[in-house]
Write a protein that binds this ligand. Structure first.
Ligand SMILES: *Cc1c(COP(=O)(O)O)cnc(C)c1O
Length: 463
């Protein structure tokens, strides 16, 4: 039976959409370690980032002190087309699980990109336009980030060059078509359009591409644009977590209006941007001693950066062209097994979340993909939303917490982030339903190969 006091869906009214982002670093007792220049190993300063990011974003990247940052009015205007996003009470899932726990989820799939990534894409495109750039370049694996960025760029009148990993380009033609609707220029990577792409094609003509290679091409396209374009990234960075804080701020406000506060906050973790955004206000409460929610990151067992990675300085990309960040990492050469279909395949993790996890403020669990898709299908049937495989990691985590409550009889309040929809992942769903999906957990020896690719620098000594 539904609780009369608590509606199924709470949509905050438009005028209650937060007008500022919240910077979680401002509440941290210690800041994440600084980014290092890969050649000199010197901590980077804001101006060192200007060739890579627009100035405003470089500032946000380095600013750990400012607690609240105004969301520019043109960004708010786009947000209002799809935000505030709903906070939903999973009554039907609760009944199916027979749990006394209350389960809430914040749904970020209500926009054409189908995920939370639009929240940062809009901000990054706006600042690029404001600085007078003509366009941006990026890479995309599964395609959600490329879609979100194409949408944002088309709105602000910027060009958007997307280097899409060749196997996804071929396997997900509709993703490419959606990007093209928004004038995104999609190139299968490796391509003949860049020096690095041509070199890779010469060495390995049959390659199906990798995220690292696509990053290297996108970076080259930006730095050879004569200053007209910048390279942008959809996760991991501090600035991206800042933009995603809108998720957590809206959730906090909506829960307050319901008279609720989460005992447990669960999110999936790829590069950490949705999780960092969802937990921002709740983690701040925890750090400041105002409340003590448990915070749980869920990752795939086949790409276990938090649960089995090392806290080390590493490159943010496989092409080893970016600055070094201290984070939980599997090594930039790590690539998940070929049967892995669940997304969240990044080798590292946001430096902010890595620091918080390292200091014990956060927990992490890893699941094999068949367990994740089992949760996805149960959720779809109960709640009528077809989740992205990435999001289904959070669903799995939340379901298991709810089942623990069934055992203990505790009526806990569980909140999780439902980051997006899975319409472009039907090949993976088909394989799960046909019973052909397999699980694979890397062995310690396989992980060691990735750790061997960690930069051999004094900061990484004794790992
Ligand atoms: C990209 C993506 C993720 C993972 O990225 P984070 O930066 O870890 O949030 C999760 N869910 C969906 C739907 C995505 O598109």
């Amino acid at each position: 039976m539904t609780d009369k006091k608590i509606p199924h869906r709470l949509y905050l009214p438009e005028e209650q959409m937060p007008k500022q982002w919240f910077n979680l670093r401002s509440a941290m007792p210690e800041q994440p370690d600084p980014l290092l220049a890969p050649d000199t190993l010197r901590p980077l300063e804001e101006k060192d980032l200007y060739p890579i990011f627009c100035q405003e974003l470089a500032h946000q990247e380095m600013d750990g002190a400012t607690a609240y940052v105004d969301i520019p009015e043109p960004v708010q205007e786009v947000y209002r087309m799809y935000r505030p996003s709903p906070l939903i009470r999973a009554y039907s899932l609760e009944r199916a699980l027979g749990t006394p726990a209350k389960i809430y989820y914040k749904f970020e799939g209500n926009n054409t990109s189908g995920s939370h990534k639009l929240n940062s894409a809009v901000a990054q495109a706006y600042y690029a336009k404001k600085q007078g750039l003509t366009g941006v370049t990026t890479e995309t694996g599964a395609g959600q980030w490329g879609t979100a960025l194409s949408e944002a760029c088309s709105y602000f009148g910027l060009s958007c060059d997307v280097y899409m990993v060749k196997c996804s380009y071929e396997q997900k033609p509709f993703r490419k078509a959606v990007m093209q609707v928004f004038d995104g220029r999609v190139t299968a990577s490796p391509s003949r359009a860049t020096t690095v792409g041509r070199k890779i094609l010469e060495q390995t003509p049959d390659t199906t591409g990798s995220l690292g290679c696509a990053i290297s091409e996108a970076v080259e396209a930006a730095v050879t644009s004569g200053g007209a374009k910048r390279y942008v990234l959809g996760s991991v960075l501090n600035q991206v977590l800042l933009h995603q804080s809108i998720i957590g701020l809206e959730t906090q406000l909506a829960m307050e209006q319901l008279g609720e506060y989460p005992d447990i906050v669960v999110g999936c973790a790829g590069g950490g941007s949705n999780l960092g955004g969802l937990i921002a206000p709740f983690m701040a409460d925890k750090l400041q001693g105002k409340n003590n929610p448990r915070i749980v990151a869920v990752e795939p067992a086949s790409c276990p950066s938090l649960t089995r990675g090392k806290y080390a300085y590493d490159f943010c990309d496989t092409g080893r062209v970016t600055p070094l960040a201290r984070m939980y990492t599997l090594g930039s050469s790590f690539i998940p097994a070929a049967n892995h279909a669940g997304g969240l395949r990044y080798h590292g993790m946001s430096p902010i979340l890595s620091k918080l996890y390292h200091e014990g403020y956060m927990e992490a669990v890893a699941y094999e993909q068949s367990k994740v898709f089992e949760a996805a299908v149960l959720f779809a049937k109960q709640e009528t939303i077809l989740p992205a495989p990435e999001s289904a990691h959070a669903i799995r985590g939340a379901i298991d917490e709810a089942l623990k409550c069934r055992e203990s009889g505790e009526e806990k309040t569980i909140l999780f982030g439902l980051t997006g929809t899975g319409y472009f992942d039907m090949t993976a769903y088909e394989s799960f339903l046909a019973g052909t999906m397999t699980d694979y957990m890397p062995t310690d020896e396989e992980l060691q190969k990735g750790f061997d690719s960690l930069p051999d620098i004094p900061q990484n000594q004794g790992l």
